[in-house]
Design a protein around this ligand. Structure first.
Ligand code: PMP
Ligand code: GLU
Length: 388
């Protein structure tokens, strides 16, 4: 297995920073806000109430009920607590599902550009990735026709995120309806809909494929607390899907972790039951940063850009820069070389598109302050101008 590229690049940035380099880190997809105070209070109350013991493996019943209520009131879909499993981050949720589902060689269709860990988790579970590519000119969204061509009855699962990491693209209701028509032909395929960026949407509304009755029973919603509530360190994610899968994931995590941390679960219950003002405030801040980054990067000659509709990422195309040379005379052979050039010459850390199945692109996370973003744009612009 490889080290996760998002985590690897962030580690490298941290190490350089520790050595004194003035690094601006735009590699890790993590809100820079601290967790809202009322959520932290929920954790403290939880500890005082004695929630310090092993939790039930799939999560506390009141938390699973709160997730069920959230799915019904905000997403209009009904999943009972017995269909929900709370895990140590959405990353473990996805790993649980793949480990439960896949036998060696089983196919998983991954919509590309994809979040780096989809690919590697499928690998770890012994599955075989089938990549369906969305193109930059279509805001990286996958054509339903191409999806149809990639599907077959032996595909065990399909996975995608909307809003998307790494592109920030958002599928509309009509686009998801087209997908659901394709999926309806494959009743044995699970549709893993990663909705972890649901609250970070700038244009239109987040839509879930679970709303379509023809696929509803095969949809597994993946979500978590990390992004919308700025709770990355608490490590809470969840799935809502068929009961048989929830049972299997419970068995899996009973062997792996004995369930997610009790105190984090109490904080998550407070978060889900609480107001969404801070969630909205963070979204509006991300929107301003999105505008700033879009405007700044669109002016850089050699970058192909588009307007991300959600999440906090942009994945500019850099095909025009491949083959150029650095001032030191080294050829930029691919996106990884480009990112290393930015890291060394501009002190800005980003992530190579190769990690997301999108060669000739790089990912920039705009979960950073306006000051850092402005500075980073200037540094990137200067570094690109120096390429020969
Ligand atoms: N899915 C996507 C698309 C993500 O970007 C992330 C963030 N790393 C995750 C899942 C996992 O999030 P976490 O494990 O923090 O809940
Ligand atoms: N999802 C974030 C990212 O893509 C966090 C790091 C990770 O878990 O990969 O950068």
């Amino acid at each position: 297995m490889k080290e996760s590229a998002t985590i690897g690049m962030s580690r490298m940035a941290r190490e350089l920073k520790a050595q004194g380099a003035p690094i601006i880190s735009l590699s890790l997809g993590e809100p820079d806000f601290d967790t809202p105070q009322f959520i932290m209070d929920g954790a403290r109350v939880g500890m005082e109430e004695g929630y310090t013991h092993y939790p039930p493996i799939p999560g506390y019943m009141d938390l699973r009920e709160a997730i069920s209520d959230k799915l019904s009131s905000e997403n209009g879909v009904s999943y009972g607590p017995e269909q929900i499993v709370v895990s140590t981050g959405a990353k473990q949720t996805i790993a649980n599902i793949m480990l439960c589902l896949l036998d060696p060689g089983d196919k998983v269709v991954i919509l590309s550009p994809y979040w780096v860990s989809y690919y590697d988790i499928v690998q770890m579970a012994g599955g075989q990735q089938v990549i369906v590519e969305g193109k930059l000119e279509d805001e990286y969204k996958v054509d339903p026709q191409k999806l149809d061509e990639a599907m077959s009855p032996d595909v065990k699962a399909v996975i995608f995120s909307s809003p998307s990491n790494p592109t920030g693209s958002l599928y509309t209701t009509d686009e998801l309806r087209e997908f659901s028509k394709v999926f309806a032909k494959y009743p044995d395929t699970l549709i893993l809909s990663d909705e972890i960026y649901e609250y970070i949407v700038f244009e239109g509304e987040h839509q879930s494929i679970s709303q379509f009755p023809e696929v509803r029973n095969n949809v597994v919603i993946i979500n978590g607390m990390s992004k919308g509530f700025a709770m990355t360190g608490w490590r809470i994610g969840y799935m809502a899907g068929p009961e048989w899968l929830a049972k299997a994931c419970t068995k899996m995590q009973g062997q792996l972790t004995s369930g997610a941390a009790s105190i984090s679960q109490r904080a998550s219950l407070t978060a889900l039951k609480g107001p969404r003002e801070e969630v909205s405030m963070m979204r509006e801040t991300f929107r301003k940063r999105r505008d700033l980054v879009y405007e700044g990067l669109s002016k850089i000659e050699g970058f192909d850009t588009y307007l991300p509709k959600g999440a906090f990422y942009m994945l500019p195309g850099i095909s025009k820069l491949i083959g150029r040379a650095t001032p030191e005379g080294e050829e930029i052979k691919d996106a990884t070389d480009f990112c290393m050039y930015l890291l060394k010459n501009a002190n800005v850390s980003t992530v190579t598109g190769l990690a997301f199945g999108a060669p000739d692109t790089f990912r920039i996370s705009f979960a950073a302050s306006n000051e850092e973003l402005n500075d980073a744009i200037q540094r990137i612009s200067a570094a690109v101008r120096e390429l020969k």
